[in-house]
Design a protein around this ligand. Structure first.
Ligand code: ZN
Length: 176
């Protein structure tokens, strides 16, 4: 296994729509190795989620792992909003290091996807997890969270965010 280099904002791979993987590709040694490398990379940088375009691979694959949420591999996911009520979190992104921005997203979604074996799965994500997933899903469509910030006053350097905004924040913080 190896730790992969992270693409940063400005690299074109982060702006393009990633392609789907076929069932044969999902089971291929190349994809299985990519999944293992992404897991190792995510754990090394202590992120919450990682999408393949962030490691320069333009395919529809993302992983999520949190302290209270076991590792989950999403391949070719589709998303359906179950509750459009917006919730705001201060998001961060490994591809946009050093910054945080407040983004409002629907609070509950249904996700249909293939797991790492190619099996069809369904998952309903609420609250914080719904935001984490939508952030990763956006990467597969070439969208960074900064493009979803409604008011650019809600974009801050991490240090200033922690000093000035966090003490008053009504919203949660997404460690990604
Ligand atoms: Zn991200």
């Amino acid at each position: 296994m190896s730790i992969l280099k992270i693409a940063r904002m400005g690299h074109p791979v982060l702006n393009q729509r990633a392609r789907e993987l076929t069932q044969a590709e999902i089971r291929s040694p190349e994809t299985q190795r990519l999944i293992q490398d992404m897991i190792e990379t995510l754990r090394d940088i202590r992120g919450a989620g990682l999408a393949a375009p962030q490691v320069h691979r333009s395919v529809r694959l993302a992983i999520i792992e949190l302290e209270d949420h076991p590792l989950q591999v999403f391949i070719n996911p589709t998303i359906e909003v179950l509750d459009p009520t917006l919730q705001s979190f201060w998001e961060g992104c490994l591809s946009v290091p050093g910054l945080r921005g407040k983004v409002a997203r629907p609070r509950k979604v249904r996700v249909r996807y293939r797991d790492e074996t190619g099996a069809a799965k369904e998952w309903i994500a609420e609250d914080y997890l719904a935001t984490v997933f939508q952030h990763e899903f956006d990467h597969l469509d070439g969208v960074l969270y900064v493009q979803r910030i409604q008011d650019l006053k809600d974009l801050a350097y991490e240090e200033e965010f922690e000093r000035h905004r966090l003490p008053h924040a009504q919203e949660g913080v997404l460690e990604d």
